[in-house]
Structures are given as C-alpha cells and as structure tokens.
Design a protein around this ligand. Sequence first.
Ligand code: ADP
Length: 460
Amino acid sequence: MADLDAAVEDKAVRLQVAAARQEESGRGIARLPRSAFQALGITEGDTVEIHGKRTTAAIAMAAYDEDQSLDVVRLDGLQRNNAECGSGEHVRVTAAESRPASRVIFAPASREMRLQGPTQALKRNFFRRPLVAGDLVATTGQQPVQNMPAEVQRMFNAPAYALTQIRLTVVSTAPKGIVHIDENTEVELRAEFEEAPTGRAVVNYDDVGGMDDTIQQLREMVELPLRYPELFTRLGVDPPKGVLLHGPPGTGKTRLAQAVANESDAQFFTINGPEIMGSGYGESEKRLREVFEEATKHAPAIIFIDEIDSIAPKRAQVTGEAEKRLVAQLLTLMDGLEARSNLVVIAATNRPDAIDEALRRPGRFDREIVIGVPDEKGRREILSIHTRGMPLGDRVDLDELARVTHGFVGADIAALAREAAIDAVRRIMPKLNLDERTIPAEVLDELSVTREDFLSSLKR
Ligand code: ADP
C-alpha cells in the first residue's frame, strides 16, 4: 500500500499556465484537463500541488470544454504569484494531501489595510481550502475592515464591514506544509501588514478588466524583456526603455502598470507628475534622479510616471525655468539608461499632445499604447472584478449593468460597486447591535447586494 501511495505521489503532469476566468479569480482552484485527472488519479475537489519556481496548492476542478484538448492549467493571478510562474510558462502539477491545521495565522497583504475583528468570517471563507504558509490569498469579502468610506465608518462606529475582496498573507500554519482549516482550527488575524515572501502581487492582470489586447501588447513590450533579458541579447535587439500609456483618467493605467510590474516580478517605483513639480528649487530634479538610481539598483524594475504631461510639457510652451530643467533632466535620465539595464519606464497621460515631442524620440518613450474608455464587454469584465468578493442577490445581472453603464470608465464602475455595497450594509444596520464589535453570522449571511442597490446607486 505504501508503495502504491508513493507511486501515485510520483506522478506529475506538465501543463502550460493560462489565466483563470475573471469571475473565478481568488477562489484557489486550478482548472485541469480530464487527461490530467486521469494521469494523477484524482477527482474534482482533490488537492493538487502546483510546482513553478515555488510550490503552492490548489483545488482541482475540471477544465472548461474548450480547454479540454489543451495542455493548460488555469490559475489566477494570486496563484501564479504563489507558484512564481507567469502565463505561458510551464508548471508541474502533482496530487497532494492537505492536513487539517491546528492553527493558521493570516495578516493583511497591503500596508494600507488595517484589519480588525472576529475571525469566524475568515474561517468560513477559507474553510477546507488548501493553504501554504507564504501564500497570498484573497477572501471573498465580508471581512471587517477599517479603511471603509467615512460614511460607513460613522454608521458603525466600530470596524466597518467591507464587501470586497481582501488580500491576505498566510503568515504561518501548524503543521507546516499544505493544510486546510476545519472546525477545530484556531485562526488568527494579525492587525499589521505582512508582506508575502512571494512578492508584492497585490494587483495583477486579473484585476484589470477589458484590456486583453493591451495586456498582450504590454506583456510583449515590458514583461518579456524584463523576464527574459537573454532573449533580447541573443537577438541583438534592444528592448524598449519607455512606454507611453495614454487615455482618460480612471481607465486603469496605474493599475495596469502595477499589474505588469507584479507579473514581471519587477520592483515598482512611482513618480507622480504634479507632486514632483511641487517640490522646491532643484528638489524636483533630485527626486527624479533618486528614483532612477533606486530603480536601477533594484532591477528588474518599472518606473511609473503618472501625469507625465505635468513634468514634461512642450518646452516651447513652457515659460518657467523649473519646468525646462525638469524636462531636460528626464531626457538625460532616459538617455542615460542602458538599453539592457532591465528597467522600463512607463508613463501615463491623458493629454498626449501636451507632451514635449523630444520625449517620444527613439530610445525614449518610443512605444505608445492607447487606453480607451471600455466598451460593453470591457465594462462587464470590470464589473465582475469589482463585485468579485460580493454576495450578489439573485437578480443582479452584470450583463444588464454593463449595458446601462455606457461611458463609464473603470474608476466609475468601481465607485458604483462600492456604493451599491454600502446600500446593502445600510439595510442590515437595524439588525446590528452597535455596542458589539462583531456581526452575528446570521446577519452576515443575509447580507447581499441587490439589483436595486446597483440601480439606485446608478441614479446618484
Ligand atoms: P488611471 O491611472 O487611468 O487614472 P487608475 O488605474 O488609477 O486609473 O484607476 C482607478 C481605479 O479605478 C482603480 O483602482 C480601479 O479600482 C478602477 N479601475 C480603473 N480601470 C479599471 C479596469 N480597467 N479594470 C478594473 N478596475 C479599474
């Protein structure tokens, strides 16, 4: 028997990684073709291990029909981060066992987030899901959070409850290895941020909707050279140093740049145009130089310059000396970058015509990507991202919402989802005893965001 078990464990399948569908992101499942189930001797719902540069665990689910003939495993961005593999790369998948945990400690995965409160919700959220210490995981919402809009904060006068997905680091587990939470597991939630050892992937491609083509272009321009510099050396071509993203505010340019950095395993540095302009005499140039120096030291890296038009307006139109010097400094820094320094500068603007032409010359920002207002399909994707963690009422129809939100950009859709959630929270308010810091499970179970919540927040 022992031998047989060992034989089963030895089996592995090699599959190419593809992205999970938006709506399945954050659930810890891996979609595998039937052939893989047979080869591994597993059934749906079993635990598997995904071996990339790092190893993580997932629940095996059957591939969609159209994927059955492909040797792909669908993983969401968090899982790709946990297994340290990118879309298109290959991983080994093996059958695995998860053991019941006596203890699991979580911590918020981003510095801005301060969590507090009961852990029952967490326990329910991750119930029976395979977890590995060091993994970055996502809740499906209903977690107590402090950084909610002030309005909700006031209503609760205590930690408010968010209905959004929250990312957590699995700090440690007992025993070690792959574990799951069951009735007897003691779950602890640390208040303080703890970075997952696997990286800072708090935003990845799954979190940007309606941009398949753009992501593809950016992957080729930025991710590929950062991940495989040797490819470009071998071909004798220089990867781009600068990419200009242009599109209206709130269309996801910043989020996209962060996602590219995370998925490329690159450090992310930001320069905010207007902010840097506001620094004192000589300070702005110094700040620019410092960021470029830091980024070079920490390569592979991406520098993101938001609202570059404020740093580098057309020089002919500029009257101030300070602006002229700052444009000149930026040009010098771009020119000084070695083509193969593993550093890419991504700049964003909503006024491409307002930028100094010199910046667009070869070797500088010589690639451009237009980010438009999302179409209906794009809005549908963005809606599914921003409602991912929400318990939605039966009559919520995301297709309908995508249809009626013509002209909305990503930021508008995020706001719509947030407002609808606040309405839902408001509805359960009367059932809450505000002296208590925890919300009873029955009340939480009742909490759902309805079609009316969305429609009434649309009207506002
Ligand atoms: P920009 O940099 O183009 O002004 P941001 O990336 O700062 O826009 O977007 C602001 C917020 O709007 C994001 O944090 C996100 O919540 C939401 N958002 C915008 N575009 C998208 C998108 N394409 N997909 C998902 N969310 C988006």
